[in-house]
Design a protein. Structure first.
Ligand code: ADP
Ligand code: MG
Length: 324
């Protein structure tokens, strides 16, 4: 099977929203009046972001999910994506499953594949997503990292540390029952991008980021970009729904490190003014996504972790860095 047959067979589908899809030198998107296009790319490399033998359907899902998570963090509504794919060889059953996982998630978000590139090489998947953000009275509604203000509440969506726990089980550093492992493995291999929450938080949150590299690291980006600090109440986080019973029972040695520094969660961390607590709840309900208040934005600088007695806890941010 040649390159073009492969594209036609596994990736080309009728265009729904884009002005032009797969088949020409460029695709064409037609932004609606009064909107901006949010753009983000993420690359997944074998051995670095996934195991060589990972289930291809999950890989298709995750490749797009990590990109949609960036749109979510910006409050952008997904429109379309491109797929640049390097494949060691043409393995049709693998491609069929990869495309299935990819399109299942794409369809769930009405996000269409409009182009890409296909080449032979070590397995590598690079997706670029395009999303839409309204501009109201000349002001972009995009959620940025830079909008946090001292006094804001700090929130996180969903749960933290489960994907990291799954990785630990794969590495032999922890053991779980089959059902527990299936649950955390799902979090690692098939993360849920919080797109609906991001959209619902437009005009409510002051700043947002997605948690791809660990809460402390990604929150750190917000704090740096906003020129503020934060206080996190560690015990409250551990006792909240932001930490699953599976992680709590897996062993105290994994808390708080997996919660604070575990990567691959793809939750949203965001700040909002105290006056917007009801709006945050409403956004969470609308998006059917749990959120937990985990701290407060301060004048800073820096991030302070507090224990149950309100005493500072020494903990390092060991957010994931490919070159550190
Ligand atoms: P060019 O060489 O002009 O960059 P190609 O011949 O590589 O274009 O690709 C032909 C068409 O197929 C283009 O429209 C391109 O966007 C699309 N395409 C290539 N690879 C993929 C892929 N993996 N997924 C979706 N579309 C793809
Ligand atoms: Mg090409």
């Amino acid at each position: 099977m040649g390159e073009f047959d492969l594209i036609t067979r596994y990736f080309k589908r009728p265009t729904r929203r884009a002005a032009l899809g797969i088949g020409d030198d460029c695709a064409l998107l037609q932004p609606r009046p009064g909107t901006q296009i949010a753009i983000s790319s993420d690359m997944l490399v074998e051995g670095r972001h996934f195991f060589a033998d990972v289930d291809p359907r999950s890989l298709g899902h995750k490749s797009l999910a990590v990109n949609l998570s960036d749109l979510a963090a910006c409050g952008a509504k997904p429109l379309a994506f491109t797929l640049a794919l390097a494949l060691p060889k043409v393995n049709e059953p693998w491609l069929a499953e990869f495309a299935r996982g990819l399109f299942e998630l794409a369809d769930a978000h009405d996000c269409e594949l409009i182009g890409g590139d296909t080449t032979a090489g070590p397995l590598n998947i690079c997706i670029t997503v395009f999303g839409e953000v309204p501009v109201i009275n000349g002001k972009s509604q995009a959620l940025l990292r830079s909008g946090a203000k001292a006094g804001d509440d700090l929130y996180v969506s969903g749960t933290l540390g489960d994907a990291r726990l799954a990785l630990e089980v794969f590495r032999g550093g922890a053991s779980l029952s089959a059902a527990e492992f299936a649950a955390v493995r799902q979090r690692m291999e098939r993360p849920t991008p919080r797109v609906a929450l991001g959209v619902a938080l437009r005009g409510v949150a002051h700043a947002a980021a997605d948690v791809s590299d660990g809460l402390l690291g990604d929150l750190g980006h917000i704090l740096t970009a906003s020129g503020v600090g934060a206080e996190l109440r560690l015990t409250d986080i551990h006792n909240s729904i932001a930490v699953t019973p599976i992680l709590k029972s897996a062993g105290a040695c994994f808390l708080p490190d997996f919660v604070l520094n575990g990567g691959d969660d793809y939750e949203l961390v965001f700040t909002a003014p105290v006056s917007a607590r009801a709006d945050v709840l409403q956004a969470a309900n609308l998006a059917q996504t749990p959120v937990t208040r985990i701290g407060t934005v301060t004048i800073g600088p820096g991030l302070v972790l507090l224990d149950a007695q309100g005493q500072p806890v020494a903990l390092s941010s060991r957010s994931f860095d490919h070159f550190a």
